[in-house]
Design a protein around this ligand. Structure first.
Ligand SMILES: [Zn+2]
Length: 197
């Protein structure tokens, strides 16, 4: 038994008994929706790394890895969906899994935005630290610059601070600094700034 690519109803003839579309027309409808959803996902995938630099969580690299995995899974699903749709094969289940991923980058971005935006500057706590190292990796969205300092958090060895270009150039290994950290309105601590001691 196959299902209609558009409405998902079981069908025995080429024309769907529920929505009335032929299998070719249903594929066109499916593709239109599929492209729109993929567009929403890709837009979110640009917004999330951007927000993650405006209100960078201390665990930014962990979040970026999780996001990278999601991105890879969604692209793989998109290729499989496209191939199966072309062959008019069953894809109800995959369609639902795919939809579930579409808003994820937006949810991550909104979480970081609210976490930072609703936090008060009065909450900044300063931690003394010494710059241990730094690295710079050029990228699509403003690149990745990190100052590495010994961590003040329990169970955490280093902090990789998501600094901007100015701060990146301003500090060298061995510099004594104060690191400003905000607790986050949603409880996700984020990096506020780094200052010379
Ligand atoms: Zn149908």
């Amino acid at each position: 038994m196959t299902r209609c690519l558009d409405c998902g109803s079981p069908r025995t003839a080429d024309q769907c008994p529920v929505c009335g579309l032929t299998s070719a027309a249903a594929e066109v409808m499916f593709r239109r929706r599929f492209l729109k959803r993929t567009g929403v996902f890709l837009a979110g995938s640009l917004v999330f790394p951007y927000v993650s630099q405006v209100y960078p969580p201390l665990d930014i690299d962990l979040m970026l890895v999780v996001f990278g995995v999601v991105f890879f899974v969604v692209l793989t699903l998109a290729v499989i969906l496209d191939r199966r749709a072309r062959k008019h094969q069953e894809l109800e289940m995959l369609k639902h899994v795919y939809s579930g991923f579409i808003l994820l980058p937006w949810i991550l971005a909104a979480t970081l935005f609210v976490n930072g935006r609703l936090d008060s500057q009065k909450n900044v706590a300063y931690h003394t630290a010494v710059v241990d190292g730094r690295y710079n990796m050029p990228g699509i969205v403003r690149g990745t610059r990190r100052l590495i300092v010994r961590s003040w958090r329990e169970g955490q060895k280093y902090e990789r601070l998501a600094v901007d270009a100015d701060d990146y150039d301003r500090f060298k290994p061995g510099d004594q600094v104060n690191v400003g950290v905000e607790p986050g309105a949603l409880g996700i601590p984020w990096y506020y700034g780094v200052y010379r001691r």
